[in-house]
Design a protein around this ligand. Structure first.
Ligand code: NAD
Length: 249
């Protein structure tokens, strides 16, 4: 029998309506998982996935009810992909407003914690699972343009390691993925800035990538698939960098 790599598993992908998350959902579904797309957007393309659920990862009530409903409908949650994220203000730290800081951290950091919290409650009852947190190469190195995004993605990297240590004996693995520059609406919004600084930044980004081009959402989905599946059963607390060599030089 030719079974899929995540056959029979129930997966939730936050921010799964578009971009990298949409590709992750499609890849998991193609390999046999029952995938629920959980996104702030009211509806999106979820062809091939089992269901679409509107969720705001910054709200505990929204996350708790969604995850309880998903576990009730499908019996379990085996895979959580914490992919929802925003880049926040393109400003140096001294120009950022308090509300901009709070918004960025509520999506990128609190959102990962809340979804983890409510998925883990169910995973503990069914013997384990795999959590994949979307960080970034910007969670590994600093940079001058979006400093708070670096800080938030660094927090995601470390939350991953702490949760990996905490839940290893409960059969829950937790790993982070660190994409380089990937073609999506999010990266387009960063390069839509018409200023010469933005153009220079985009060029520097490509110049710093040994492979010389951006990645595709599929490149990230392939890595998530490995971490979500039992192929990575001895892997927890690791950071999978998928960046065309950006962080190697
Ligand atoms: P995107 O903007 O195309 O998609 C993000 C999705 O998250 C959207 O569907 C959006 O509706 C959803 N979302 C936003 N806030 C939400 C909330 N409060 N609750 C639920 N869903 C919410 O972004 P993308 O480029 O596909 O990025 C996905 C992830 O990958 C993000 O965490 C991002 O930081 C990370 N990442 C992206 C790149 C890149 O180059 N695109 C590089 C490194 C890391």
């Amino acid at each position: 029998m030719n079974e899929g790599r995540v056959q029979g598993k129930v997966a939730v992908v936050t921010g799964g309506a578009r971009g990298i998350g949409a590709e992750i959902g499609a890849a998991l579904a193609a390999q046999g998982a029952t995938v629920v797309v959980a996104d702030l957007a009211p509806a999106g393309d979820y062809t091939g996935r089992a269901a679409y659920r509107q969720v705001d990862v910054t709200s505990e009530e929204s996350v708790r009810t969604a995850f309880d409903d998903i576990a009730a409908a499908y019996g379990r949650i085996d895979i959580l992909v914490n992919n929802a994220g925003v880049t926040g203000p393109i400003k140096p730290a001294h120009e950022v407003e308090e509300k901009e800081f709070d918004f960025l951290f509520s999506v990128d950091v609190k959102g990962v914690w809340l979804a983890t919290k409510h998925a883990v409650r169910h995973m503990l009852g069914t013997g384990g699972g795999s959590i994949v947190n979307m960080s970034s190469i910007y969670g590994l190195v600093g940079g001058a343009r979006i400093p708070l995004y670096h800080a938030a993605k660094g927090a995601v990297r470390m939350m991953t390691k702490a949760d990996a240590a905490t839940y290893a004996k409960s059969g829950i693995r937790v790993n982070s993925v660190h994409p380089g520059s990937i073609e999506t609406e999010l990266s387009k919004s960063l390069s839509a800035d018409p200023s010469p600084e933005a153009a220079a930044y985009a060029q520097r980004m490509l110049d710093s990538t040994p492979m010389g081009h951006r990645g595709s959402p599929r490149d990230i989905a392939n890595g998530v698939l490995y971490l979500a599946s039992d192929e990575s059963r001895f892997v927890t607390g690791t950071e999978l960098v998928i960046d065309g060599g950006y962080s190697a030089v």
